[in-house]
Every structure is written in structure tokens, then in C-alpha cells.
Design a protein around this ligand. Sequence first.
Ligand SMILES: NC(=O)c1ccc[n+]([C@@H]2O[C@H](COP(=O)([O-])OP(=O)(O)OC[C@H]3O[C@@H](n4cnc5c(N)ncnc54)[C@H](OP(=O)(O)O)[C@@H]3O)[C@@H](O)[C@H]2O)c1
Length: 459
Amino acid sequence: MQTSQIPNPDPLYDIIILGASGFTGKYVVKEALKFLNTPSSPLKTLALAGRSREKLTKTLQWAAHPSSPPPDVSVIIADTTEPASLSSLCNQTKLLLNCVGPYRIHGEPVVSACASSGCDYLDITGEPEFMEKIEAKYHEKAVQAGSLIVSACGFDSIPAEMGVMFNTRQWEAPAVPNHVTAYVSLESDKKIVGNFATYESAVLGVANMGKLQELRRSRPRKPRPVIPGPPPPKGSTIEYQDQIGLRTVKLPSADAVIVRRTLVTLMENPCGLPGINESPEHTQKREAYWSSVKPAHFGVKIASKTLLGIYRIIGVGIFVGVLSRFSFGRWLLLKFPSFFSFGWFRKMGPTDEEVRSASFKMWFVGYGFSDSSLASERNSKPDMEIITRVTGPEIGYVTTPISLIQCALIVLSNRENLPKGGVYTPGIVFGPDLQEGLQENGISFDLVSKTALRGPTTA
Ligand SMILES: NC(=O)c1ccc[n+]([C@@H]2O[C@H](COP(=O)([O-])OP(=O)(O)OC[C@H]3O[C@@H](n4cnc5c(N)ncnc54)[C@H](OP(=O)(O)O)[C@@H]3O)[C@@H](O)[C@H]2O)c1
């Protein structure tokens, strides 16, 4: 186990991207180059890290194309199985962006090195067990070292976190939300494809579900946010959502878990998390932002135009749910990803064209009360509906890099206004500052409708 080091007061790089040669890593490099040394950008120095110098050099050429690679971007050799190489990375940078997954296999040594050195860390995992484990093991250490550790800064779970906050902020007093459901719709003229590592992360996550339950049982129970009104009805497994005209089914994604963790942290810190050396303007901005966010029950469903699309999603869920429980089943799933995912995941990942042609819409359908006093009435039912929407480009290799780099730019430009250190969810750290950067880079937030339902009713 590593001991705490004295943080390097003047690291060589603003950002090091670890796992830069990976499928997602190379798109993260491409996104980072857009901001490297541009006039108002805080990103002045960048390095790429990984196991192979040759692959990293090729990545840089690919990401810079059609320009030639910037001469001042360094390449550093590091391996997650060699702690000394990770400590050396942490000593050379203010912020490490970790794109090496599955995180349950590779993530912990990287977090441990950052929490020991005081360098900041962001990643793009969507693996709840990894996130909850590092929170349990490294939060205190990271607070002491002044290392800000934030997972899930990709499509998991930035659109969900920012989207649910955007929705709950539309409920103006005395109105209050009760529950918000996000419906994710993936669209493309070509095939929608993800890279193997994301599928592998999901298979291993389902296979180790028992460990997540065990971890949760071993930790003290956190109080639940107080949400006005009764919990929402369970509803049917497959639902036709009239408002968006799509069929939907529950998606066991990390988003709901992350949003819940953000709301719990918010309940413990109703004005959000104060910065280390926060400016009075930022304090005001943070307090105004968090006072307008309201807790609500939250769930995620995936949407499809056709019933066949829904049956295919359920089919993949059944394959992964059943086969991942035993080792031969896992071998089959991982050996034939395309077959068991009906072509949604490929060992080679999507082509550039498939990435370019894809996009997503995430609808947030919120139900609540036009007056908070109605929520406490016996058998009360929501009498108000607010629908908002987040839209953006392809999820894994365009929206994920945009989200990660926007979070990274906030860390670089706004560090004094962020908490000193600790393991947190992205919403609670970046909430007040992130939406604008996302909007400027192709991710939109829209209010679709506010509707009074048939007046306050009682069952
Ligand atoms: N949140 C989201 O929405 C989202 C979106 C996309 C991806 N992801 C996650 O991101 C992760 C990466 O996905 P990917 O498709 O980019 O995977 P990938 O193509 O397999 O890339 C993995 C990268 O990690 C590097 N690596 C592997 N083992 C290493 C080690 N021991 N030390 C140092 N580097 C090592 C690889 O380096 P080599 O080149 O040397 O093999 C490669 O650069 C996955 O966990 C995936 O689930 C999340």
C-alpha cells in the first residue's frame, strides 16, 4: 500500500491521459487537442500515457489528423500493474484522466496513486462496484491529500446527472417534483455499435453483482433524501411512453445509483460542497444553483421505436444475466460479443462513420405537485408534469470525451472553487459549472413542456 507523498507544487503537465491508445482514449485525445493552447483554455500542457510508445505515438497522429501532431505533447510509459510508474505519472501532472478499463480490473491502483500523491483524478467508468469501493477505501485519504477523485465523467453519468438537475430546477416554488424518469433513445442511420471493453465491463459487473451487494451491506446506511409525496408506482416492465412516442424498458445503468449518491451528498451539504479557496461570486453561484435543485426519485429506461427493438434489449439482458453467472458462460459472452449482443458490441469497436452518424436523446419526464402542501395529503397523486430533454452526439466516443474534457477544464480553470479533495460523484462537484461548457460543445438541454394534470386528485 502506498503512503502519502508531498504533492509536487509545480507539475510538468496540466493533464495526462492514461490509456490514451484505447478506443475511447484516442477520442479523448482528439477532444483534448481542440483545447490545447487555444487562447482562453486553461489546458497548456498535455501528455499521453500507456504501455506502448508506438501505439501512443500513432494515437497522437490519428487525433491530430489532418494537422500534424503538436510537437509539445509528450508520451509517457506507464502500466497499471506497476505502481512506481503510476506514482511517477501523478508527480508529473495536476490532473490524471484515466481511460483504462474495465475499472474493476485496472482502476484501483490508479486511484490509489492519485490519492497518495494529491493529484486530481477523473475517469469514465460506469461500474457501480468500482465507484462505491473506491469511495469506501479512498475518500478519507483523498480528503487529506487534497486529491479530487471523480468517476463517471462520461456518458455514464454526466447527461443523467446534469439532466435530472436541469429537470428538477424547472419546478418553481411552491411546485415540487416527486419522480423523474430518464428515457434514453439512441439514434443512427448506420448501426449503433460499442467497443468490446464497455461490454466486458458490463458482463463482469453483472457477474459480480453479489460483491456489490456485499459491499453495500458492509457500509453504514446513508439516510435517504426526503422526497415530497409517496414513492412512484412500479409500472409495467415494458411501457409505451405516450409523451415521447417510444416503447421503453428499465435499464439497469449506473446513472440511477450515481444520481442517488449526488442527492445524498446534497442532503448532507444543502448548499453543495464549498471550494478550497472559493471566490465570493462562486459561493453565490453554487448556493443559488443547489437551492434550486430538488430531490426526486429517479430511474432510467431505454427507449426504442419498435417492440422488436425492446425484445432485443431484453434478449441481451437475459444472455448477460444468465451466462455471466458461471465461468463457461462468461467465456462464451466474451468470446462472441457480437453474437450475444445482437451486433451492438464488436471487438474492433464502431467505424468512424458509425460514430459520426450516431446521436442520443434523453427525455426526463418528471411528475410532481403544483404545491408542495398537496404532497403530504393522504393518497396524494402528482398533478403536474415537466418534460425536459438532453440531446447530443454519439454516446461512447463523442459525448463521453466531450463530458470528460469539460469536467477536466473546470478542474484546471476553477480548482480553487472546488472541494479540496475526496471521492465524489460528478454532479455534486461540477453541477453549478458544467452545463454551459456542455452546451457550447454540442450537448443541449431543453425544456419541452410543463403541464397541469387533471387537477390535484386523491386515489
Ligand atoms: N462512461 C461511458 O459512457 C464510457 C464510454 C466509453 C468507454 N467507457 C469505459 O472506458 C473503458 C475503456 O474502454 P475502451 O473501449 O477505450 O477500451 P480499450 O480500447 O480496450 O482501451 C483500453 C486502454 O487501456 C490500456 N491498458 C490496458 N491495460 C493496461 C495496463 N495494465 N496499464 C496501462 N494501460 C492499460 C490499453 O493499452 P494498450 O493499448 O497498451 O492495450 C488501452 O489504451 C471501459 O471500461 C469502458 O467501459 C465508458
